[in-house]
Design a protein around this ligand. Sequence first.
Ligand code: GDG
Length: 738
Amino acid sequence: MAKLIIVSNRLPVKLQEKDGKLTYSPSEGGLATGLGSIYKKKDNLWIGWPGMVIEEVDKQEKVIEDIRKDNMYPVFLTEQEVKEFYEGFSNETLWPTFHYFSQYAIYEQNLWETYVEVNQKYCDEILKHASPNDTIWVHDYQLLLLPSMLREKLPDATIGFFQHIPFPSYEVFRLLPWRKELLEGMLGADLVGFHTYDDMRHFLSSVNRLIGYGGMHGWINTGSRSLLVDSFPMGIDYEKYSEVAASAEVLKLEEQYRKNVGTENIIISIDRLDYSKGIPQRLQAFELFLERYPEFHGKVTLVMLVVPSRDAVEKYKELKEEVDELVGRINGKYSDINWNPIQYFYRSLPLEVLSAFYRMANVALVTPMRDGMNLVCKEYVASKLDQKGVLILSEMAGASKELSDALLINPNDINKIVEAMYEALTMPEEEQKVHMANMQDTLKRYNIHHWVSLFMDRLSYVKIKQMSLETSYLDDATFQEMSDSYELASSRLIFLEYDGALTNYKAKPLMARPDEDLLELLESLSANPKNRVVVISSREKANMEDWLGHLSLDIVAEHGVWLKQRGSGWKTMMSLMDDWKSDIRLILELYVDRTPGSFIEEKEYSLVWHYRRVETGLGELRARELVNHLNFLATNSNLQVLDGQMAVEIKAQEVNKGKATSHWLNMYPHEFVLAIGDDWGDEEIFKAMPRNAYTIKTGNSYSIAKYHLDGPGEVRDMLTRLVKQETKEFPPNAKMTG
Ligand code: GDG
């Protein structure tokens, strides 16, 4: 039975050692709760670091034994690995970059190398437990390389990846020296998930610009696989938070804390110590609020919980000092014998205390500079059983996309934060309740269980969809079958697309001139009197004539405008009018004016607007505009608009490669038919083929072809094998005349 393996940097358990004794306490994180009902089932497993360096083998064995019964398996990290992989590359390179703090990022080769090694360490550990068809769900930025490492060893596994922190815009992501390797690592997954649509959009744009893979509706085609990128906003365990908030213990705590705080208004602020959370900026806003609204002196308290985090990293130590100083300054300036404006706690507190804080606060101030999602604000909403309270939320938190009933602020706009505090503290109760109820409805529905099942369902869907998108590989058995029917047939038609099927694409089209091997192959294939070999191209006829005109081949040029049968001259099938060209050219010229780097190519019966030299992104944008514009004009004409590889082509509708190939199918007997193509235009060829034809596409992307081969090299090998079957009867240099 296939099982599920969850992998994250940390296991959902906290391991500690007291007086030589190991103790384990379950982690209260949202992820652990959400996945708890899954990883504990049957053979499922959670693999990760237990959070403590353990070097002694006997102790390691003890840990393995202790947590095995809870379906967990540890990856042990050395002191140096923790320093370089976790604190170093993960938290000093990736974390600041992904949170738009690239000025804090360090780029050190040795940290990168340890990051690669530790990802490999996780991979090796997983491979000890995984079977070929298992589902593996990898979490977060510490393990970006893992999906591809796993894919290499387990090509059929179902691999999901979820990133809990933001994915930055291409302009920021490109600053990383190892940007391509990181993206390639992630692309090993079948499904890549982010919290928001913006993260997903940024990722797709980086993949497109740095690796060159395009995408449609979130699908990325790598040439050999298709994978999906989608957004899954993570929810909380709503029931758990509302139940804890209703418990007698929490009610008692709330009463006690209210008394201790002493003011009628309480603003809460809860975060891990992190510069992405905007803690100093929040304090400055509170200071300005006190300055601007003296009527609140003695009447409002900011209860601020900062949870220690990453204190071995220099930037976090500096931040701690900054926060301490700010709190000291504000309290020093405003407090009196009865009132301390800020109650500051630098520690971790139990869930019940947190819940009492949530309950007693009229306002939650959640103002991160950048946050993947932010769960604190969701927990606050879930704890507000009487629906009284206001959430002030940063637009830069993923959660702001769902919680539009919060007072949304830009965390850099200190005046707006101050005004939002005033608005929140003076908001009528009825209004508070309306907003809170709306937010609660959203969070109840999109809770953590919903998030897990949505991701898992989507992952299964991707696997099914991949199967339907893929053509089968032309393996040896199919080749034998094809070769037998080739041999038995007394008449054969062989259609071969030139670029992409017989030769690789080159930077410039004229560099794809046929080499000696290809000329020899085409010559021997067409030398057999049973064969008619038709080479098809969208290239100009003069180009095809120059390269292949001397062989006894049939040729289709310019998508089927021009046909040449062996032994005779070029003919056009239709009497085409090209009086449309002058009008369309004027439009294309407008687009050239607006798009530096683009140019127009005029073919005999078509016009092409090329944008491969245009700034990435701008070219695609203008191309979409142009296609819409032309499609509108083409509705009542016989023109066809083709949105191609870095080019938009306009041609007369009656011209296409499918029509051209039908011409041969109608004219010549064909007991055996083979067609090989490589891109969108060649689907027309496949559509025109009889049912018994062998249709092959190069690359394994969506196609109606029956089979695929990996590229022109494999196509040539396959054709060579076919030819060899009959070389005894027909020596390779025997020539046919038309
Ligand atoms: C990352 C992303 C994304 C805090 N103090 C205490 C305590 N907490 C709990 C909160 C909340 C969690 O920690 C913090 O979650 P956040 O989402 O706010 O932030 P990150 O830790 O940075 O998490 C973030 C998240 O991943 C999930 O994808 O939302 O954007 O950065 O649950 O309640 N819990 C207890 N005591 C504390 O003192 N018990």
